[in-house]
Design a protein around this ligand. Structure first.
Ligand SMILES: Cc1cc2nc3c(=O)[nH]c(=O)nc-3n(C[C@H](O)[C@H](O)[C@H](O)COP(=O)(O)O)c2cc1C
Length: 198
């Protein structure tokens, strides 16, 4: 028998049920109030693994991650590695900072954007970062993307060579909100403003 016989045509395929990933996406918010409670290394490894599995252009995997748990180093990241104008003292309370850096030494990463105009490594880092953030959300951990940084200062603090450029710092920790506290409503543009159906 042809195996296609049993394949449901697209028009009658059952509507997808809400899957855990959708619930995780809906639950994620930027966390700007952390508990000092440490995060177990096994949990950190789980979220790092989620970043590792991200897709990337030419499978170059340009992301590099520095996991900063030392309090003094976190303090220096917040006090010296963030740009002025946006006060983010709450980041200091988070027991872990994950610095996402971009390895820039790949030839393909230089050539391809020059031809297509698409800067793939930035796309790759966004995907890997959000993998990590969503995995953290699933584990009940809070995160916040912090892009208002001084890349050179942070590279020096975490001991990266010149080929790795810090892109964001993501504090990770248990949020101060209790389970029952309502999450802030996330403001987003309506799909009608964003999507063109053709
Ligand atoms: C690339 C990037 C950089 C960001 N940089 C900062 C930052 O420096 N400081 C900060 O407090 N939030 C930062 N954010 C968080 C955004 O402000 C936040 O995602 C947005 O307001 C939507 O809110 P939500 O994350 O709670 O849904 C950044 C987010 C992204 C994706």
């Amino acid at each position: 028998m042809n195996s296609d016989t049993h394949a449901a045509p697209e028009s009658v395929a059952p509507a997808p049920v809400v899957m855990p990933v959708a619930a995780t996406i809906a639950r994620r918010v930027s966390c700007r109030a952390y508990q000092t409670r440490p995060v177990a290394e096994a949990r950190l490894n789980q979220i790092l693994e989620a970043a590792r599995l991200a897709p990337s252009a030419c499978n170059q995997q340009p992301w590099r991650l520095a996991v900063v748990r030392e309090a003094e180093l976190r303090r220096r990241i917040v006090e010296k590695g963030f740009l002025p104008g946006l006060k983010m003292p709450w980041a200091l309370v988070a027991p872990v900072h994950i610095v996402f850096g971009m390895e820039r030494s790949f030839v393909t990463h230089r050539l391809a954007p020059a031809i297509s105009g698409v800067n793939y490594p930035w796309v790759d880092l966004g995907i890997a970062g959000e993998h990590l953030v969503l995995a953290a959300t699933e584990l009940g951990l809070g995160t916040c993307w912090i892009g208002w940084i001084k890349p050179r200062v942070i590279a020096r603090l975490v001991g990266w060579p010149r080929s790795i450029r810090p892109v964001v710092v993501i504090p990770v920790g248990y949020p101060v909100e209790t389970e029952s506290a309502p999450l802030p409503a996330t403001r987003r543009k309506p799909l009608a403003e964003l999507v063109r159906w053709l």
